[in-house]
Design a protein around this ligand. Structure first.
Ligand SMILES: [Fe+2]
Length: 388
């Protein structure tokens, strides 16, 4: 076995109704002034958000709400929030919502301690040398895993790029995962975020940097998603399915923040940044094409993935068994209405070279189990357009 490092400093508080303890959780950590970061509309207006706000305000804890985070948070939004966070002199940042508010809050916390603009870190002009303001994450979707990861993605609207940064000092202090917050998630959001979690788990499982701990987490996440995503999609108030998906998202996050991601995210980022396709849908479209490319290389781990997704692999050779993993992804996608191709989301074929050019610069491309050249990316993206 190779030597490895695994880090997970975030305290996880998991359970239906867990958010009811928010005041005690903050007070036990001596967190007085809370800067809350959330989305512009749906999350801010949700009854659960109002409950948390009322609990904090009624307890006498000073609170300020920043509810300007859009889907795929921009440099401008992160910088604006950072300025407000610093002016408020908060003891803690509380992120409520999906990946966008959590990533934005993570960046604000980090920049407030390290100075400058988030753009300085995206472009490598500044280094992260200090931990940010303590961060509490309350996810309202089951996909990003941002509540336990070191990563945050920011969109540069001028250059049309989505750029991720990752640093141990950005990992949240606390994650409060309450599956009751997920039951009202619409089916399309359930599908997109769920396939994002599957992508995290699969990319981490086959990653160059995978280790025995990340493998254990990733394969369990794949199993949970394979047996619960359809139910969460079809029957939103199925609390068992919601709990299992919340857990899957969390442990897939813990896996990928240590093992890293790969070409699926590398190709999905330009699709999201250039064409406004949601992160989960972009990943979901690309996932089987990238995985098929890895499988063609004779990757033995695909046998385990197929079995985790419920396929019968007994008595079959590795290659045939592994192929069932690709078939299982496509079946799952069909059942939760994730589009098959980039053409199906109205992206014209002429965009292929732009997507390939951007994907080739992805910082984690070399973490893919098969070495990918620009020509390889061209083949994969071409297949994702429906070209055989
Ligand atoms: Fe993702």
């Amino acid at each position: 076995m190779n030597d490895f490092t695994f880090v997970l400093p975030t305290k996880v508080i998991f359970g239906a109704g867990a958010i009811k303890n928010i005041v005690d959780i903050c007070k036990s950590r001596h967190l007085g002034k809370i800067f809350i970061v959330t989305g512009r509309t749906s999350t801010k207006n949700s009854p659960h958000f109002q409950d948390i706000l009322a609990l904090l305000e009624n307890s006498g804890l000073p609170v300020r709400v920043f509810s300007e985070v859009e889907a795929d948070p921009s440099v401008e939004t992160v910088d604006q929030g950072t300025a407000q966070l610093m002016a408020f002199q908060a003891d803690a940042v509380l992120a409520f919502g999906g990946g966008s508010p959590m990533d934005a809050a993570k960046s604000m916390s980090m920049v407030s301690a390290n100075g400058g603009s988030i753009q300085d870190y995206l472009r490598g002009r500044r280094s992260i040398v200090k931990r940010g303001v303590p961060l509490i994450c309350i996810p309202t979707t089951a996909g990003t895993g941002s509540e336990v990861t070191a990563a945050a993605v920011t969109t540069d609207k001028q250059s049309k790029e989505k750029i991720g940064i990752s640093h141990e000092f950005m990992m949240p202090l606390l994650a409060i995962v309450d599956p009751l917050l997920h039951v009202s998630m619409p089916p399309a959001v359930t599908a997109a975020t769920g396939i994002d979690a599957l992508t995290h788990a699969m990319e981490a499982f086959v990653a160059v940097k995978a280790n025995p701990v990340t493998d254990s987490l990733a394969i369990q996440a794949i199993k949970l998603i394979g047996s619960n995503l359809r139910a969460a999609y079809a029957q939103g108030d199925d609390l068992t399915a919601r709990s299992n998906m919340a857990l899957a998202s969390l442990i897939a996050g813990a896996a990928f923040t240590n093992a890293g991601l790969g070409a699926v995210h590398g190709i999905a980022h330009p699709i999201g940044a250039r064409f406004g396709i949601s992160h989960g849908v972009a990943n979901g479209i690309v996932l089987p094409y990238v995985m098929e490319y890895y499988w063609q290389d004779g990757n033995a781990k695909f046998r385990d993935i197929a079995a985790a997704l419920g396929e019968d692999v007994q008595g079959r050779a590795d290659r045939e068994a592994g192929w069932k993993a690709i078939a299982a992804i496509n079946k799952l996608k069909q059942d939760i209405a994730i589009p098959d191709t980039l053409a199906a989301v109205n992206i014209a074929g002429e965009a292929l070279e732009d997507i390939v050019k951007d994907a080739a610069t992805y910082r984690l491309l070399s973490n893919s189990p098969r070495r990918l050249t620009v020509e390889d990316l061209r083949i994969i993206v071409g297949r994702a357009f429906g070209n055989c």
